[in-house]
Design a binder for this molecule. Structure first.
Ligand code: ADP
Ligand code: GN1
Ligand code: MG
Length: 360
């Protein structure tokens, strides 16, 4: 990481109110480096992020997408007569020379307003889950009229299950870190389910499913709540792109409707939290029913299994590759994550009928 002096110099490229005096690590993201910034008036009004450009290789496309999405949402909120808009959509500051990010020679940086008096959670109650469902459903519906071709795929094939399985199989074949033998059973469990988990790609080829603008990272901690448990703002817009609709219900089920943590070491704690699932589905459908097709609605519970399966595959791929993608906090972290996600998948499979019936 950079020294404090270097960070302050980076911040000097942005037209802040006041002078930055400190920048401290913030949040629990797996991808970017997020810091909160204090200025000389004692206020903490800004977030500084180093964009992970190993992962988001086209930073121009990334920042252009985010610019389109945030201005589009802002306009919709204005049209609705909303107040307090700066807390309901992210506001990014252009640099002093009017660019969407600052490049310091090796890293890419962006600054946005810190949403005041907000909180993100790693776990939610059914009440908060319902609010989150409304928020992500509304988010998708606000973006539904962005013309096709406007947004690029910031990570190509991001939620394409066939592509993720290909990466997984390549990793197994290469065995770069010599870990394949140790995870053979998990590999078999993944292969057993592979065909059933690629339905969306097939339906798309048959012309039965279309792509929509999705958030594609609807983790619980990518939503900010106010003091009353109401959603203020959807954040982490790096992956907003055209894709399959199940992403935005699936990733919330995966993270919100889990009685344990994403990386729980105690597998007895991990399993589906049905009240949280039901509350999310209710909120989400209230906003999304108007534009979803009957086929999409019939697949929503499958979406939870799909995104949990996809995450199992992605964590295991990273473990097999020798931990090159996700930030890890200890050497076995990606394996622990894989096992916890697989346990959640088994629980979702056990409750599949119940979840489908609820949606009906
Ligand atoms: P990552 O891609 O690494 O997950 P995020 O953009 O999700 O990065 O930021 C990580 C965390 O930082 C979030 O979960 C949230 O807690 C906090 N955060 C990010 N942006 C803001 C903001 N504008 N206001 C308040 N908190 C924020
Ligand atoms: C990453 O950035 P963050 O922590 O919100 C990842 C998601 C994974 C998630 C698993 C760009 O999300 O796709 O589902 O970790 N983001 C990217 O926790 O790969
Ligand atoms: Mg995040």
């Amino acid at each position: 990481m950079k020294t404090k002096e270097e960070l302050l110099q980076i911040l000097d490229q942005f037209p802040l109110e006041g002078k930055a005096v400190n920048a401290e690590p913030f949040g629990n993201g797996h991808i970017n480096d997020t810091l909160k910034v204090t200025t000389d008036d004692g206020q903490t009004k800004y977030i500084l992020q180093r964009i992970n450009h190993q992962i988001f290789t086209n930073v121009d496309m990334l920042q252009q997408n985010i610019h389109v999405v945030t201005t589009h949402i802002r306009r919709k909120l204005e049209e609705r007569g909303e107040t307090d808009i700066d807390r309901k959509v992210l506001t990014f500051l252009p640099t002093k020379d009017n660019k969407l990010y600052y490049f310091d020679g090796d890293s890419y940086w962006r600054v946005c307003l810190l949403i005041a008096n907000s909180k993100s959670y790693e776990e939610v109650t059914p009440e908060k889950s319902y609010e989150a469902g409304l928020a992500f459903g509304d988010f998708q519906s606000m973006l539904a009229d962005i013309p096709e071709g406007t947004l690029g795929e910031t990570i190509p094939n991001f939620h394409n299950m066939e592509f993720r399985l290909q990466q997984f199989r390549d990793a197994v074949a290469a065995d770069a870190a010599g870990r394949v033998a140790e995870v053979q059973e998990l590999i078999e469990e993944i292969e057993k389910r592979a065909k059933a988990m690629c339905i969306q790609e097939e339906l798309y080829r048959e012309g039965k499913l279309k792509k929509r603008v999705n958030h594609c990272d609807t983790k619980v901690n990518n939503i900010l709540f106010d003091e009353d448990g109401k959603v203020l703002c959807v954040i982490d817009l790096d992956t907003v792109m055209p894709g399959f609709v199940l992403s935005d219900i699936g990733d919330f089920i995966r993270t919100g409707a889990n009685t344990g943590a994403e990386d729980d070491k105690d597998l007895d704690r991990v399993g589906v939290n049905l009240p949280v699932f039901e509350a999310y589905a209710k909120g989400y459908l209230e906003k999304a029913r108007s534009f979803l097709t009957p086929l999409e609605i019939s697949l929503l519970a499958y979406g939870g299994r799909l995104l949990t399966y996809m995450q199992t595959v992605r964590f295991l791929t990273d473990y097999i590759n020798g931990d090159t993608y996700y930030k890890i906090h200890y050497p076995e972290h990606n394996l622990v994550r894989t096992k916890a996600q697989f346990k959640l998948l088994q629980s979702l499979e056990e409750h599949a009928e119940e979840m489908d019936n609820f949606l009906k």
